[in-house]
Design a protein around this ligand. Structure first.
Ligand code: S3P
Length: 478
């Protein structure tokens, strides 16, 4: 199984997570009230960026709170394959970088595993080095579109040889001197923006990216944390020139970067599973501490509060340039709402678990503008609609809209194929807690990409997830 034994970049660097939970696991139905005070693993987006920026800086960068999930460990292995020194030292990760322009040719294929973020951000870096690297990934990543980064990075002077449709594996030969771009991205994607900005960091002069709507700005915040000159402007009114609502980011390239101290907050996208579990299991009260509250990531919490969720933000503070708070969540009666397309960039990874919450909300929840969900680790729009249906929930996908009619307690009693998608696996296990009958997922090992320890953490709160498939679970649903 591709998650358990990273073959190329990993072993050399020797970074390993706790052993992944393999195979089928089942969430027992009718969990008693969940209760506890917990933290979740570090933010995946910030963790990738901290390792990459450490590798591009001179001297030591220390990272605490790094997500030790498989996706991030791939990036760590990749940075060391490119010449940085990356070392885990107790709870602290230390990176000794090579400086802008200092990375060296890897002597083997870079295997990014399941990680779209790792693949696309690192493609941005490699576009600026005049050597050839070959990048691959697992079956899920090899299906995902890379053309969205190939297009701008080619304009900067890099060349690519990819499989049909711009899929991995691909060979990247970077530019001798990348050109500073002025690129208007057709897609609201932080990965595309970040790939262009990372290439731009190596280019002489200023690189500009315009994105159709603001997406997570962790790259920009981390650039600032390292002293890079970066500016973001939401284009409105007189300065919009026909680009109203779009977001312009400008970075000045070729800075001299020196190592920094980075504190990674808990991942709001992981906290999401605990929050929804606490909302839907009657009588629950769960506190999740140290959650990243970057406003470009909190769309799910805003949406759940609109649906009637009791989520209190306490101890709001800032750490290493990112807002953080503790979340206090109590089981709540939810109602269905329309979630507008404009909210998608701030909660793009949260639709699977939102659709689980919607199954418990009175009335209809319409989630609009979800085209990007089709090209995530799986086609999440189709998998959620079909999986919810298999669990007895009234759900359907209509074009780019996911519609869930909730209220009645879902029947459960299904085994869901997760197609190498961690968030699909966690979403259906959470649904299982409050269904009438158990729900199984066919491959829980995928969870380790973003949330190592998920099963133990949930069980510590009072859930019952076990790796013994219930003897009478139905076969995997189509
Ligand atoms: C991420 C951006 C998002 C998100 C992914 C992490 C990032 O992808 O889905 O999990 O760290 O930049 P897109 O940029 O493709 O929307």
């Amino acid at each position: 199984m591709s998650h358990s034994a990273p073959s190329t970049t990993s072993p050399k660097a020797g970074f390993h997570t706790e052993s992944a939970t393999p195979g089928t696991v089942t969430a027992a139905a009718g969990a008693k009230a969940l209760a506890g005070d917990v933290t979740v693993p570090g933010d995946k987006s910030i963790s990738h960026r901290s390792l990459i920026m450490g590798a591009l800086s001179v001297g030591e960068t220390t990272v605490t709170g790094l997500l030790e999930g498989e996706d991030v460990l791939r990036t760590a292995a990749c940075m060391s394959a490119l010449g940085a020194k990356v070392q885990k030292d107790g709870a602290t990760w230390r990176v000794w970088g090579r400086g802008i322009g200092g990375l060296t040719e890897p002597d083997d294929v870079l295997d990014m595993g399941n990680s779209g973020t790792g693949a696309r951000l690192i493609a941005g870096v490699l576009a600026a080095y005049p050597f050839t690297s070959i990048m691959t990934g697992d079956a899920s990543l090899r299906r995902r579109p890379m053309q969205r980064v190939i297009a701008p990075l080619s304009l900067a002077g890099a060349s690519f040889a990819a499989r049909a449709g711009g899929r991995l594996p691909m060979a990247i030969t970077g530019a001798k001197m990348p050109l500073p771009l002025n690129y208007e991205s057709p897609v609201a994607s932080a990965q595309v923006k970040s790939a262009v900005l990372l290439a731009g960091l190596h280019a002489p002069g200023a690189t500009t990216v315009i994105e159709p709507a603001p997406t997570r700005d962790h790259t920009e915040r981390m650039f600032r944390h390292f002293g890079v000159e970066v500016e973001s402007t939401l284009l409105t009114g007189a300065n919009a020139a026909g680009l109203g609502g779009k977001n312009k980011v400008r970075v000045v390239g070729q800075p001299e970067l020196s190592g920094r101290k980075i504190v990674v907050p808990g991942d709001p996208s992981s906290a999401a599973f605990l929050v929804v579990a606490a909302l839907i299991v009657p009588g629950s009260k769960v506190t999740v501490r140290n959650v990243g509250m970057n406003p470009l990531r909190t769309g799910l919490f805003d949406t759940l509060r609109e649906m009637g969720a009791d989520i209190a933000y306490i101890n709001a503070r800032e750490e290493a340039g990112e807002p953080v708070a503790d979340l206090e969540v109590r089981a709540s009666k939810l109602k269905g709402i329309v979630v507008p397309a404009a909210r998608a960039p701030s909660m793009i990874d949260e639709y699977p678990i939102l659709s689980v919450a919607a199954a418990f909300a009175e009335g209809e929840t319409r989630m609009e503008g979800l085209a990007e969900l089709k090209v995530k680790e799986s086609d999440r729009l189709a998998l959620m609609a079909n999986g919810l249906k298999a669990c007895g929930v009234d759900a359907r996908a209509e074009g780019e809209t996911l519609i869930v009619r909730g209220g009645a307690r879902p029947k459960g009693d299904a085994t869901i194929a997760v197609h190498l998608d961690h968030r699909i696996a966690m979403s259906f296990l959470v649904l299982g807690f409050a269904a009438e009958k158990p729900i199984a997922v066919d491959d829980a090992s995928a969870i380790a990409t973003s949330f190592p320890g998920f099963v133990d953490l949930m069980n510590g709160l009072g859930a019952k997830i076990s790796d013994l498939p219930a003897a009478d679970m139905p076969p995997v649903s189509k």
